[in-house]
Design a protein around this ligand. Sequence first.
Ligand code: G3H
Ligand code: 13P
Ligand code: ZN
Length: 326
Amino acid sequence: MNNPTRYEDLGLVNTKEMFKKAMEGEYAIPAYNFNNMEQLQAIITGCVQSDSPVILQVSGSARKYADPVLLPHLVEGAVAMARHLDSTIPIALHLDHGNSFELAKECIDSGFSSIMIDGSHHPFEDNIRLTKEVVEYAHERGVTVEGELGVLAGVEDEVSSEESHYTRPEEVEEFVGKTGADSLAISIGTSHGAHKFKLKPGEQPPSLRFDILEKIERLLPGYPIVLHGASSVSPEHVAMINQYGGNLESAVGIPAEQLRRAAKSAVCKINIDSDGRLAMTAMIRKMFAEKPEEFDPRKYLGSAREELISLIKDKNMNVLGSAGKA
Ligand code: G3H
Ligand code: 13P
Ligand code: ZN
């Protein structure tokens, strides 16, 4: 890429101020993943209508899907859309689960304002080295960086992990001190996807490990913590998907009360992808089943987009506490 794009020129901000306010105000900034225009429109509309700051989050594979050249233009348009709606909500563009310095650099040079470098599957020293390298490049350009310690169960982008390894509190000070990362994703019992726990009939999901979170908060006072794998997996959406021909057995997520508790702590960023996917899929399946004669994508994608807007407003208002904080 010959001419790097500065995130400021796209109307974006980094996450520094957002996290400072979220920490002081005891809420969390929503980080919603997207891959296409309808998801992006829904995130902006839902956050404008609930007056919430927002992190637009893109994985490496989502960036490929949307097209790396088109993506920054889409996001610039999304910022313009928010401003046209008379909203001044802060908007960041964040790389989710970046897995190499080269990818992080490409994203920074194309207008991302925030980067996750996920070295959590590497040995501790290698994770430090990789994260530090990204932090140095990012900070010279005003871009903020999220690192990760501990491994979530499920699939971390192209890195799959059979089981989770909780974050070891004794490692966090050294990691943050040596890397200079601006925030830290930790593993305290969440996991990616729609099947977070294997539960017996009637059994409730186990509690997140708030004891680990509290130890980390004591070691790094005022330091922003990030929760990945934080979808709640709405039973209504799962039931709808199954009713209209889907097959999602034993899908289960993180109860909203636990996320509310986390949002009041040092957790400043909460990542949500699967809930949006489920909401859209439920509406598209319903439309296909009820109106088999319909073949206009605006009809089924439009109803999916409406459902996603409602979900986002509900999360901001009732789970993360970010509504009204822009
Ligand atoms: O944590 C991963 C996110 O849900 C993104 O998933 O790599 O399928 O886009 P993806
Ligand atoms: P969910 O799969 O729980 O939505 O988690 C998304 C995530 O952590 C993206 O990085
Ligand atoms: Zn994640």
